[in-house]
Write a protein that binds this ligand. Sequence first.
Ligand code: ADP
Length: 258
Amino acid sequence: MDDMVNPTAIEAIDLVKDYGEGDTAVHALRGVNVRFEQGRFTAIMGPSGSGKSTLMHTLAGLDSATSGRIIFDGADITTMNDNQLTLLRRHRIGFIFQSFNLLPMFSAEQNILMPLTLAGEKPDRRWFDQLVRTLGLKERLDHRPNELSGGQQQRVAIARALITKPSLVFADEPTGNLDSVSSAEVLSFLKQSVKELGQTIIMVTHDAVAASYADRAIVFADGRIVADVPHPNAEQMNELLMAERERATRAAVAPSIA
Ligand code: ADP
């Protein structure tokens, strides 16, 4: 069951992103082909500068591609204008950040509902209740962010990302500001959101333990995917990352023999 092929959430086809031109161009994505399934939790790993953020930003339509296509909900988003992309991000994509980005003057409940408030839309109360239950926030709804722990704040941010029932959620180092206990708690809730609520999550992380909560881990190096691991475990991911780091060091020291 777990290995069944689900419908596509988003797909990159021959995706290229260069920053700058000519001799000084940086090739951030060198022809990436990758398909993310609906209802799956994928971790994106790789050394600093390998292209993880660039992939996330181009997939989310925050940054334009140099060439290639991005198919999201059946449409090629590389052909969309800024207005179309803004609407897409507002309604169909959720974001979870390392720094939570909650509004300090508002309660947890108000923060969760903020995307709907801003859009002038009414919440689906059943979905709200389900999110609050899944994320263990029932007793915290009246609290302001500074009355919550880091882990609780990130759980509020997750609920906020999911309140519009987005087709896709991007999480950028969601446990980067959390201790290991809070990280484990947040990752379990993320995993639960995928399993119980059918959400699709793509998470960029440096942490092999964080990646082990995902259904799949993709490793980037130098703008390319160098590994695609189903059911990753932390030890295996650490070994892969270490091997990649060694290869990069050898290539930097002796480019001709790498
Ligand atoms: P990662 O997220 O894996 O750390 P990035 O996607 O941020 O990697 O970066 C990939 C490459 O693109 C790096 O060489 C980086 O320096 C370069 N890069 C990223 N953003 C820009 C930018 N706005 N202008 C120029 N180069 C950039």
